[in-house]
Ligand binder design. Structure first.
Ligand SMILES: [Zn+2]
Length: 129
């Protein structure tokens, strides 16, 4: 069976976030699975995410998990809730620590991780004028 995560990682390499959407119940989910976690359906289609999200939770990392990340600390790891429903973990960028608020609106970007892989990160959404 094909690796259900492969389409997600392939999209990351192109700076795109695509979500598996169940064609039976219409809901999106993450992480990718072979079956819809909501209804058990197997008819899954990949669709581009809007990139809109909100901050659900976060943690400031002060101690690098490996030497590769030593130059990155401190950084923020966030749990974000995508507009399509699923939640995902990602780095939060361009937010001063005292400006982070649960529920704040975020926008998707991509950045190179220390190992060179492209991964989604989130930054504060532009405030409408
Ligand atoms: Zn479903």
């Amino acid at each position: 069976m094909a690796d259900p995560i492969a389409p997600l990682l392939d999209a990351y390499a192109e700076d795109r976030l695509r979500l598996p959407i169940c064609e039976d119940c219409g809901t999106a989910h993450l992480y990718p699975r072979a079956r819809c976690p909501h209804c058990g359906g197997t008819r899954l289609a990949w669709r581009e995410a809007s990139g809109a999200a909100e901050l659900a939770s976060y943690s400031v990392v002060h101690r690098a998990p490996s030497p590769d990340f030593a130059a990155e600390v401190p950084y923020v790891v966030a749990l974000v809730r995508l507009a399509e429903g699923p939640q995902m973990m990602a780095r939060l960028v361009d937010v001063p620590p005292d400006a982070m608020r649960i529920g704040m609106r975020l926008a998707l970007r991509f950045a190179a991780m220390p190992g060179g892989e492209r991964r989604p990160v989130f930054a504060p959404a532009e405030t409408p004028p």
